[in-house]
Design a protein around this ligand. Structure first.
Ligand SMILES: [Zn+2]
Length: 88
């Protein structure tokens, strides 16, 4: 009878989120430090960071300092550039 072989399928990524994020094109092939951090964080943390980035009342320097405290060094300028859609 048909025996199902399971668990042998190897995926390159751990989650759908990771798969989708890996497809997001980075401007001119430049690795954006902010995008890299978003990819490194857990799903929960990355969602939180994205929310803070979207809220314009949070300055880029505030987010930079918060990330540094959490062990991720990203300059305020890098965060500001990410927020402008990687332009300039
Ligand atoms: Zn970015």
């Amino acid at each position: 009878m048909g025996e199902a072989t399971q668990g042998s399928k190897e995926l390159a990524v751990d989650s759908l989120l990771e798969a989708l994020q890996s497809e997001v094109p980075l401007n001119g092939g430049t690795r954006c430090a902010t995008c890299i951090v978003i990819n490194k964080l857990s799903d929960e943390d990355s969602k939180e960071l994205v929310l803070w980035l979207a809220d314009e009342s949070n300055t880029s320097m505030l987010i930079s300092r918060g990330l540094a405290k959490y062990g991720f060094v990203v300059s305020g300028a890098s965060i500001a550039r990410h927020r402008r859609g990687h332009n300039g």
